[in-house]
Design a protein around this ligand. Sequence first.
Ligand code: HDE
Length: 716
Amino acid sequence: MRLPGMRASIIGPVCLLLATTSQAQDVTQEKISQLNAAMRNTNGQIDTTDVGVEFNSSRSLRAGPRGYNLFEDVANRKKFLHFDRERVPERVVHALGHGAYGTFESYGDWSNLTMACWLQEGAVSEVFTRFSVVVASVGGSESGRDVHGFATKIYSPCGNNDLVGNSLPSFFIDDGAEFPGLIHSVKYEADKGFPTGGTAHRTAYDFFTSHPEGSFQLMQVLSDLGIPRDIRHISGNGVHTFRFLAAEGKSTLFKWYWMPRLGHRSLVYDEATKIAGKNNNFQRVDLYNTIAAGIYPEWDLAVQLFPDDGSYMWNGYDLLIPTQIVPFEVNPPITLGKLTLNRNFQNFFAEPEAISFAPSNVVDGISFVPDPLLQWRLMSYDDTATHRHGSPNGYTLPVNQAVAPVNNNYRDGYMQPYIFEGDSTASSNNIGGVRSPSDNETLQFTAASGESAGAGKIGRYTSHYDWFGQARTFWSTMDVYAQQHTVDGYRFELGNVGDAGVVQRYIDGILNNIDNCLARRVAWGVGAVLPATGSGPVTNGTNGTATYPSLYPLNPGQEDKKSNAGLQIAVVASDTMFTQEDMDALTAACSRQNVSVVVVAPRIGQLNTGVEAVNSFVTTSDIFYDAIIIGSLSGNDTALDPTSAGFVMEAYGHGKAIGALGSSGMDVLQYLDIASQPGIYAGAASTVANQVLDALSGPVRFPQRFPTDDVQAICG
Ligand code: HDE
């Protein structure tokens, strides 16, 4: 489909009308000025009470040097009163998060689709994006297997517009009334308090077993898409269908996506669990440090468009069902603009924590559809924000404030910060208060003209559709290595469920309806009864099951060449291993692609070779690096010490590219018994650097090294 005035379908290179840098600076400055008004700099100032009286808060008021504390220490009592209340409730889901500011630039004039001012010719808006994981609480691991949240607040000149999406394009349920049950079941078990931050347990799988509509979503989470390397390499997905409204109320339905310009990258599960233990903040560190280094992640805003004929159907796809997606291959998206994250926040509590998003925050030109999952979201976010901020006035916090003028009669309430002038507090009025817009000044929150959305008999409806079809398509799209990881994902989860009845029900009732061989492989691994051969559908690549490469962007060769910006390569060094000359050659090659080279040795500091080691085998681990290079050994050495060898071999086991430098290179690889494997390189520093960089932007990993099932033996 192509709407009038629209460019041809594009993902990737486009003829961009980029907003000028000065426009971007202007909108950033506007938001910064607003934030600055709230900034306080206490550097070098004398300590005071909250009413401005100077006092030494570090010493108690006592009845003599060895006497009791005095009740009269009013100033310190006040300090405690504040401290004891410093925490606000964490988000009921997506509690663990972080984020950054940036800009959104419209690629052109999209007025044929929408009146949204941030999608018009040359429009540039300041944004804040918060990334999160769903289940874990604050303090949990960002690398744990989960869906990642991707929420963006666009501070546009016509009001805030929030795009609150996830890293995956579908969802577990299709009716919001089930959301509290879903979340209860995946959080820790009520009578035990564990496990925290994961779904590998009984209540979660009991829920999944009775909600087959979520089988596609769960399979995506259990694939490597559920363990992204970081958030610079994930996509954002609006999940639901939304509505664009152009002038005169012309309605076009759309689904939105943030497409990462860096491509997708994921961990392997063993790494994800180890990173969780060694640096549970790995993802926020990655974002913070890359932005601080001037390496700004970017995403294209892409939309799939569907004509609005009132049916919410398109080519057989039901646009009101959020557990199902429309593949890009059948409806190619067009790109509307670009998100760039380029500025770190200044205060974690006041910015990524205090920000509150709501899918109901839309500007004129964007509206909703009667998807029963979306409809509950339109209520829940503002409600939970009111609870979290302890007040309905959370929208006045600096990070939440619109840059557009805010004038209304929302008055009073806890912590109302403003002093409104005058006596008028009602809309509409004739005595000088806020003025109501005329009908032709706003169209907000209206549906397409003439449409009677949701007409029908009042009732509580269940949707019936092919719950397993898209899971089967996803399964068929993954290559054999990705399938193996997903099988292992199911085995890990079901192997920890601890209730044989739930496990068997999931295998027989869900997995065997997706694919008989998948079900048999999972059952084999967890000691369950294998469903009879042929008792479920078989997808063997010859029976016409559709595959859509866009569903699994991690398959090698199925994506745009990845950028390596912000990746890290470790060099294994010691007092007798690696030279400054090689360091210079590696750094020269890697810095051209914004890749850091980190020297790891038995100790931090200058080594006898003159090379500076910035990390030791104690302070870091191979899991934090995207590839490993072994420095050249001195003399006739060919053997690596056990610590260095362990460092290299763990990375090898995770499928990473490994290089070895100098004349000792090939001998060391032979000593490690990996010389003839794919993704292994030996030679001069500059040559190895380029081979490793090519591997990182090409196959990324070498999964041929991973163990795989004997599928023939298990499935027949
Ligand atoms: Fe959310 N969700 N959600 N959700 N969600 C929240 O709002 C909710 C859903 C998503 O970084 C909460 O402020 C309901 C889908 C993100 O602050 C809460 C339903 C998608 C974030 C809430 C859904 C999301 C949230 C908790 C089903 C992808 C983090 C704290 C009807 C499109 C935003 C908060 C941030 C957070 C409710 C389903 C994405 C409770 C009722 C589908 C990224 O209001």
